[in-house]
Design a protein around this ligand. Structure first.
Ligand SMILES: N[C@@H](CCC(=O)N[C@@H](CS)C(=O)NCC(=O)O)C(=O)O
Length: 205
């Protein structure tokens, strides 16, 4: 059986939500965060989540690959769009934006300042700049969601599942105050049955 590896509340949450949305027959396995001795390292040497181990033992990594792959397991699903369509490219554009501008450019230095300086005294400054970077990265999404409830096509897609994770993280670091459309989007995300189910499954309800 295909297995999704997750850590509760991590960026793997989006893939877990998609599994609930589409009721996919995929088992979900929790791994230990940041443990170099974890047996998971034999499956995925980076130790990162999400990772999807297929029946044939092929390992898929990266949200930008895993989320479209999961959606494509249910051809015609509203969560994605047909190959060759503009909507599909737009959804992939948002996946790329969230992965790079929001996750890596902003949350990585907020959560892991030690990767940017060996000097602990520099950490508060790194975090402060990264919080500003996060606000900058959220501005275009705020502008977009002030006009529409969802990123693309007036429906919840894998891009919204992915964004929802980082809206939750943004609320936690206190950056959503100036973004009413993002607060509303987070409310819609948390109200979805699939998200409620995923929170419960990850022990976060
Ligand atoms: N670009 C990767 C990032 C994966 C990633 O950084 N995952 C984090 C959790 S949100 C992780 O596993 N961190 C553990 C570590 O870096 O040791 C993706 O989008 O899939």
């Amino acid at each position: 059986m295909t297995t999704l590896f997750i850590f509760p509340g991590a960026c793997s949450f989006a893939a877990h939500v998609v599994i609930h949305e589409l009721q996919l027959p995929i088992s979900v396995e929790r791994v230990t965060f940041g443990d170099p001795d974890s047996p998971y390292r034999q499956i995925n040497p980076t130790g990162r989540v999400p990772a999807l181990l297929l029946d044939n033992k092929t390992l898929l990594t990266e949200n930008t690959a895993i989320l479209p792959y999961l959606a494509d397991l249910k051809p015609g699903t509203e969560l994605f769009a047909p190959a060759g369509s503009v909507e599909r490219a737009q959804i992939q554009g948002w996946l790329g934006y969230v992965a790079t501008e929001v996750h890596v450019a902003a949350f990585r230095p907020i959560n892991r300042p030690e990767r940017y300086s060996a000097d602990e005294a520099a950490f508060p400054g790194i975090r402060e700049r990264a919080l500003q970077q996060l606000a900058n990265a959220l501005k275009p999404i705020e502008a977009h969601l002030a006009q529409a409830d969802y990123l693309i096509g007036n429906r919840f897609t894998v891009a919204d599942a992915y964004l929802g994770v980082f809206l939750g993280w943004s609320a936690r670091v206190g950056v959503l105050g100036d973004f009413p459309a993002l607060q509303a989007a987070l409310g819609r995300f948390r109200a979805r049955e699939s998200v409620v189910q995923t929170l419960a499954a990850e022990g976060l309800a």
